[in-house]
Design a protein around this ligand. Structure first.
Ligand code: NAI
Ligand code: MG
Length: 478
């Protein structure tokens, strides 16, 4: 199955007849192939999705849709270990991370499956003799382009809410990693979705991705990935005058005030940058530390970083390899530039002995103090590189925290509740955690960015608004 595209309820060879090799980041070796889908396959998928929308899927009740989705959640849970093994090998992430990802992937289908029949509208008071109904209707055919960092989770995050709303979908997963998403597609097929409701066309971004983004037959597109491609998606959406939701990563700060419980902060701040080898849109890639505790807390972080171990996915240590040689080169580019500018390296984790030579390993690193104007403090590295930045007071912390082109997430650490709330309110971003951090599991929590982090909201009940459209029905009954 993995070398085919899934269109109109069946697996078939892509029109190109070609495949794309799938590399395991732990050893750099090809271990599978996926289909090289392209414009023809995307076109067939969009047509199938349109037929399903206008046909059987449009006639299903919200309850029926929800039940099917709950079954996908169950299937993912039943196959969680198999899926986690696939995901770990495909992305290089440690097995425990892949296992956590499958819990989240299942949760997306459960959460939105249970929500499908609770998308209620309104009745609006109007003139005498009128009744006005406000309904949430599906948009139609939605397009989805997802990245390689959390293939299974992203599949659930983007597809579950759109299906709950009654749309049909065409999804283009990432060429670097999508085997678990393809396996979940098979599981969704088994639970009995009508043909054409879910279509999955793997392929290169410039081919299948661009064809989907530019296709006149879709009504909406959801994209997660780089800002550069986000611009292309938005331009293509503009050409067709249709909306999009873009989630483009960030440079999220962790703000540690002098009264914080540092023992509690330490593991969370460390994990926020090491999880998934830093390849997480909401990675906590800057740690802002109040000057009065800067040396003490940095000392604790240095000790912690020194103990981190980097290994292959099946060694299941704290940190795995990066997704590709290209991504490793990109991260090393940031590291070289920072070194050249004389930014001190405070800590560098060790690679476990005996790692396969061909893997894309990059050790977690802590730099500091990083000038808040430096690219290391402003640009998304998408690797396990943490920038430490001292600050003087609350106003200084807010200024630095908001001083990047991004605005996705932030963490605030303080036992002064009033201060934490003041700073949370001042954050120019889409999600703020107080005395905790971690966007990952929070299916219930609306998520998305402002500024270059993108726009629109996924997750939580907000996603149901994104994937539906309001219709107002005005009835003059006298
Ligand atoms: P990317 O934005 O190129 O890839 C994301 C998805 O977009 C993939 O499915 C890809 O095939 C597709 N795509 C690529 N070019 C396209 C095009 N012209 N038209 C339509 N779809 C297209 O990201 P890439 O190259 O994998 O990573 C580069 C950087 O992007 C990373 O270093 C990271 O900073 C950022 N990124 C952020 C993510 C996030 O979760 N916010 C996820 C992946 C990457
Ligand atoms: Mg790219």
């Amino acid at each position: 199955m993995s070398e085919q595209v899934y269109i109109d309820g069946a697996w078939r060879k892509p029109a190109s007849g070609e495949t794309i090799p799938v590399v395991c980041p732990s050893d750099g070796k090809v271990f599978a192939h996926i289909a090289r889908g392209g414009a023809k396959d995307i076109d067939a998928a969009v047509q199938a999705a349109r037929r399903a929308f206008e046909g059987p899927w449009g006639k299903t009740t919200a309850l029926e849709r929800g039940r099917l989705m709950m079954k996908v959640g169950e299937k993912i849970t039943q196959h969680a270990e198999e899926l986690a093994q696939i995901e770990a090998r495909d992305t290089g992430k440690p097995l425990k991370q892949a296992r956590a990802d499958m819990v989240a992937a299942a949760r997306y289908f459960e959460f939105y499956g249970a929500a499908a029949d609770k998308v209620h509208g309104d009745v609006v008071p109007f003139l005498a003799g009128y009744t006005v109904l406000v309904k949430h209707e599906p948009r139609g055919v939605t397009g989805h382009i997802i990245p390689w960092n959390y293939p299974a989770q992203m599949f659930g995050r983007t597809l579950a809410p759109t299906l709950a709303c009654g749309n049909t979908a065409v999804l283009k997963p990432a060429e670097e990693a999508c085997l678990a998403a393809l396996r979940i597609t098979e599981l969704a097929h088994e639970v009995g979705f009508p043909a054409g409701v879910i279509n999955v066309v793997p392929g290169y971004g410039e081919e299948a991705g661009a064809a989907l983004a530019n296709h006149p037959g879709i009504d909406f597109i959801a994209f997660t990935g780089s800002p550069g491609v986000g611009v292309l998606i938005q331009k293509a959406s503009a050409e067709h005058l249709r909306p999009c939701v873009l989630e483009l990563g960030g440079k999220s700060p962790q703000i540690v005030f002098e009264d914080a419980n540092l023992e509690a902060v330490l593991p969370v701040v460390t994990n926020a940058i090491v999880q998934n080898a830093g390849q997480t849109c909401s990675a906590g890639s800057r740690v802002l530390v109040q000057r009065s505790i800067y040396d003490r807390f940095i000392g604790m972080l240095v000790e912690r970083f020194a103990k981190l171990r980097v290994g292959s996915h099946d060694m299941d240590l704290e940190c795995g390899p990066l997704i590709s040689a290209g991504q490793r080169d990109r991260v090393q580019g940031f590291v070289r530039a920072a070194k050249a500018e004389g930014i001190p390296i405070l800590a560098e984790a060790k690679l476990a002995p005996g790692l396969p030579a061909g893997g894309y390993y990059a050790p977690p690193m802590l730099f500091g103090p990083v000038p808040s104007t430096n690219q290391l403090a402003r640009e998304e590295v998408f690797g396990p590189v943490l920038s430490a930045i001292p600050f003087d007071d609350e106003a200084d912390a807010i200024r630095i925290a908001n001083g990047t082109p991004y605005g996705l997430a932030a963490g605030i650490w303080s036992i002064d509740g009033s201060r934490a709330l003041r700073v949370a309110n001042a954050m120019r971003c889409g999600q703020v955690f107080v005395n905790g951090y971690g966007a990952g599991g929070g299916i219930e929590l609306p998520f998305g960015g402002i500024k270059k982090s993108g726009h629109g909201r996924e997750k939580g009940l907000e996603a149901l608004r994104e994937f539906s459209v309001i219709k107002t029905i005005v009835i003059n009954h006298g």
